[in-house]
Write a protein that binds this ligand. Structure first.
Ligand code: SF4
Length: 513
């Protein structure tokens, strides 16, 4: 372990440009991103590769020499949207000769030549081929369309510093792993993003440190299943880092760097992660724990590898160790053969957990998944929609109840933007990921403020900045005696070593200044 940590802080700390280069003299690239946060981060990797190859980002397809679309295959309507966009790009190609269109991401991986056959498309590049994107563009000079959809067992883009395209300059995503091994029967991700690979921790810590040094105040560690993050040193397989340890490494960068993560899996989320969250106030108290269904029959059919009881035990443990932790979820309505009783089980589980919010969808069959091959998509569309509406209606009630419980509480909020309704108001999120709106009072994006919740809707907390900070979750004092040491043994060593090394790094920086 010592080897790993020392290497983290002795790496060359030369940063590439962390923000896009806008230069109209250079070939212009426009990137449109659909789908999950992983795709957002992948687009930033693509921009990094292209910026190094001499391209600059532009803000519209009308200015672009190269139009790239990072796509999502998770539901059929996500794909339909992309087909619609291709018609728009075709018009642009007819208007301006020489414009190049490339399709990236899950849809590229899933549909391959079917996409390449579209008259608008010049390049099809799957999620593991972004390192090659400039070469694919250059190879169009041969006159042939280009495709690379090879999936890799190793690629993590660990050495590529993403060029950040976020608007606020305070929150960024860091991919800590790629792919998924879980094979949930409804899900296309294992086929489009390949097998699970964990990125080496030193490159993750370096990226987070680099973001913090450039003014970012929050990082979200991303993976399809962060709890199964497991890195071993290829030179010594006995040296390993698990997700709890990685969280600790990132949290130790600076108390003013907030750490979030997504997505957790109920079958893999261990107590070590919860204890680590309890120890470090800068790890936000929010866990996204997809349940998908409250029915054991459905969970089995979905191949989720936990039962309702097992899920509720995980929830109980979260409540025990992190009493003020928000829990959010994903729910699918109308999966294959779902009965009314199964649906009622989902509603009752939602009430039992009292989710703070949820992403809710009706089941959409994805070709080649286990569900498509072995089950019948037999819940009529009308019935799926009715069940989904009931789920949404219930969640709206639960979200309102959850928000009402915050009335009068004080939270530390990182200011992320200006309210759409008024330039005089700012928005930010509590550690529990609840959006707050409050009068600016001279504060700006990137500041931390303490806010008191005055009122709420099911989606938003209306708050005011309090000048005299009272006890808040971000400032709370941790009673280390409350933390059991069993799962954190390695963490103790890590903490000492890293604190020392971070201090060294800071001293070196101060000396340079
Ligand atoms: S955990 Fe399941 S739902 Fe999530 S990406 Fe993997 S296979 Fe898909």
């Amino acid at each position: 372990m010592l080897f790993v940590i020392c290497k983290i802080f002795t790496m060359n700390n030369n940063f590439n440009s962390i923000r896009p280069i806008f230069n109209e003299e250079l070939p212009q690239v426009f990137i449109e991103t659909y789908g999950c946060q992983m795709n957002v981060n992948d687009s930033e990797v693509v921009l990094s590769v292209l910026q190094k190859a001499g391209y600059a980002l532009c803000d519209s397809i009308e200015k672009a020499d190269v139009i790239l679309v990072n796509t999502c295959s998770i539901r059929d309507n996500a794909e339909q949207r992309i087909w619609g966009r291709l018609d728009v790009f075709l018009q642009e190609k007819k208007r301006r000769k020489g414009v190049i269109v490339g399709i990236l991401g899950c849809m590229a991986e899933r549909l391959k030549n079917e996409l390449l056959d579209h008259p608008a498309v010049d390049i099809v590049a799957g999620p593991d081929s972004y390192r090659e994107i400039a070469k694919l563009i250059a190879a169009l000079d041969t006159g042939a369309k280009q495709i690379n959809t090879l999936l890799s067992r190793e690629e993590t883009y660990a050495d590529i510093s993403p060029v950040r395209m976020d608007k606020n300059g305070v929150s960024a995503f860091i991919s800590i792993m790629r792919g998924c091994n879980n094979m949930c029967s409804y899900c296309v991700v294992p086929y489009t993003r390949g097998a699970e690979r964990s990125r080496d921790p030193q490159s993750i810590v370096k990226e987070a440190q680099e973001l913090f040094d450039n003014g970012y105040k929050e990082v979200t560690l991303l993976g399809q299943n962060v709890d199964s993050y497991h890195w071993h040193n290829p030179e010594n397989p006995t040296e390993t880092v698990n997700f709890a340890q990685l969280l600790e490494l990132v949290a130790l960068i600076d108390p003013k760097l907030r750490v979030r993560f997504s997505t957790s899996h109920p079958k893999d989320m261990g107590n070590g992660v919860l204890y680590t969250m309890a120890v470090y106030p800068n790890i936000c108290n929010h866990i996204h724990l997809p349940v998908q269904s409250g029915s054991d029959a459905m969970l089995l059919k979905m191949n989720r590898k936990y039962t309702r009881e097992g899920y509720m035990q995980r929830v109980a443990k979260i409540r025990e160790i992190l009493p003020d932790c928000a829990i959010t979820t994903d729910i699918i309505a109308g999966f294959c053969s779902e009965t009314e009783a199964d649906h009622q089980d989902t509603l009752s589980l939602m009430k039992e957990v009292g989710y703070d919010s949820a992403f809710m969808f009706q089941y959409s069959l994805r070709p080649n998944t286990k569900a498509a091959r072995h089950f019948v998509d037999d819940v009529p569309l009308q019935e799926k929609t009715r069940r989904l509406n009931e789920i949404i209606e219930l969640q709206n009630r639960l979200s309102l109840e959850s928000n009402q419980k915050t009335l009068g509480n004080i939270y530390t909020v990182l200011i992320e933007g200006v309210s759409k309704r008024s330039a005089e108001q700012l928005i930010g999120r509590t550690p529990q990921n609840k959006t707050c709106v409050f009068d600016a009072k001279g504060y700006k994006i990137g500041d931390y403020v303490n806010v008191k919740v005055l009122s709420c809707t099911s989606a938003t907390l209306i708050a005011e900045i309090v000048e005299e900070p009272e006890e808040s979750s971000f400032l709370k004092k941790i009673d280390f005696n409350d933390i059991k040491n069993d799962i954190r043994e390695i963490g103790k060593d890590l903490k000492e070593i890293i604190t020392k090394e971070i201090n060294n790094l800071k001293n070196q920086k101060n000396d340079k200044n």
